[in-house]
Design a protein around this ligand. Structure first.
Ligand code: UDP
Length: 403
């Protein structure tokens, strides 16, 4: 399994991964999150679980289930943790806890290491029996609503360690904190090489013309992804450059706001025939891959962002990228080298035009981007990091330099 990555991932990562795998072989590793499909967490877990099992680590992935009210509450927690003012009552927190209690009764939480992803299942820590429990925060917590953050931290501080994607997100917690940026899998259907026929077949099926430059953003329909801002930037660009815009996204089962935002976006695009808004079914990996490969410029104009996997996905395809200067996006886009960071609609429009008018510069940045992702954001590196943390927690206080 790991050998499939040789020649693609950095050799040092593969070596360390094998050594850590050998140390942790036969131990059990449990991941828990709240959706199988939609969004970056599910995207990574789908690919990482088989890799971990391939290393001989007994790895499981469990999903917590909840009612509509639970997901409304957790979306509000998510929004508040990313800085949006939201009103919370004791009753809401009680429901958050209660649903987790019911899940704990059903799930097998017994493992040597348990990685709990994001706020939705955070209260599960109350039901820990054994093992190292790590809370993995994927969202942008650079400026959270204090009361909401304080409440959530009552759970998170009970874990043995917390992991954030970006150093700026780390909180002053009494437990160990680690920084691990997410990653993409170069071998997945989302990122593997595609033939020109595969790309053309997909674009024809999706009815996206390829006779003009394509500006693309792939993301859940979420206001933090600023789809309306993308349309505004596109409208400015269209005054000078002929191009089309594609906004592609699918609903996540744990995101009840998707449909409302999609309607807003449709309304804003009105009936412009050159704006293609695609509602993709879950698991549209190959279609997304093809669109990213067919695109001329790729945007991730987020206003808040945990990491923004779509940025690395685009860079891996050697595409010129433009991203909001928030969350994990500046980790990936080295401004002026592997893409451009923007702070406004005007900035986005300016950079889109710059790429459209300078194909040679766009090509150069795209190539640099691909190498940057190879070194820093492939799944082998992230798996290595998770195992390093687990191994270090198991051997705390001991000299473990010698693997
Ligand atoms: N994605 C997808 N279908 C969609 C929209 C997004 O498969 O309709 C994928 C996208 O390619 C990326 C992930 O979901 O792999 C989104 O991760 P990101 O970190 O960009 O944002 P998140 O949704 O986690 O906030």
């Amino acid at each position: 399994m790991i050998s499939q990555y040789s020649g693609i991932s950095p050799t040092g990562d593969l070596l360390l991964l094998q050594k850590l795998g050998a140390k942790l072989r036969k131990k059990s590793f449990l991941h828990v999150n709240s959706t199988k499909a939609g969004g970056g967490v599910a995207e990574i877990l789908q690919r990482m679980i088989p890799i971990l099992n391939g290393l001989g680590i007994n790895t499981r992935w469990e999903i917590i289930e909840g009612d509509d009210r639970f997901f409304d509450i957790t979306k509000k927690i998510h929004n508040a943790m990313q800085g949006n003012p939201e009103k919370f009552t004791k009753d809401m927190w009680d429901h958050h806890y209660e649903i987790n209690r019911m899940n704990a009764a059903k799930l097998d939480l017994d493992a040597n290491a348990v990685l709990i992803h994001d706020p939705q299942p955070a209260p599960l820590i109350k039901f820990r029996k054994k093992g190292k429990w790590i809370w993995r925060c994927h969202i942008d917590v650079s400026n959270p609503v204090k009361e909401v953050c304080d409440h959530l931290m009552r759970y998170c501080s009970k874990y043995q360690a917390a992991v954030f994607s970006v150093a700026r997100f780390a909180r002053a917690m009494a437990i160990d904190e680690f920084i691990i940026p997410p990653s993409i899998d170069p071998l997945s259907d989302k990122n593997r090489d595609l033939t020109a026929e595969e790309i053309n077949e997909t674009m024809d099926r999706l009815k996206i013309p390829q006779d003009r430059p394509i500006i693309l953003q792939v993301s859940r329909f979420d206001r933090f992804k600023d789809p309306v801002g993308v349309i505004e930037a596109y409208k400015t660009v269209r005054k000078y450059n002929d191009c089309i815009l594609v906004l592609a996204g699918s609903p996540a089962t744990d995101d009840p706001e998707g449909e409302i935002v999609l309607n807003e976006v449709r309304e804003y695009a009105a009936d412009d025939p050159d704006i293609h808004i695609l509602l993709l079914p879950p698991f549209s990996d190959r279609d997304i891959n093809a669109m990213q490969r067919a695109a001329t410029v790729i945007l991730q104009k987020s206003l808040k962002e945990g990491f923004g996997l779509t940025v690395s996905e685009a860079m891996w395809k050697a595409k010129p990228v433009i991203g909001g200067a928030v969350g994990g996006i500046p980790l990936q886009i080295v401004h002026g080298a592997t893409g451009f960071l923007v702070h406004s609609v005007e900035g986005a429009a300016f950079r889109i035009r710059q790429f459209l008018n300078n194909p040679e510069m766009a090509w150069r940045m795209g190539e640099k981007g691909r190498e940057y992702v190879r070194k820093n954001f492939l799944i082998t590196r992230q798996t290595r990091d998770y195992l390093s943390i687990w191994y270090s927690l198991e051997n705390k206080g001991r000299n473990i330099l010698e693997l």
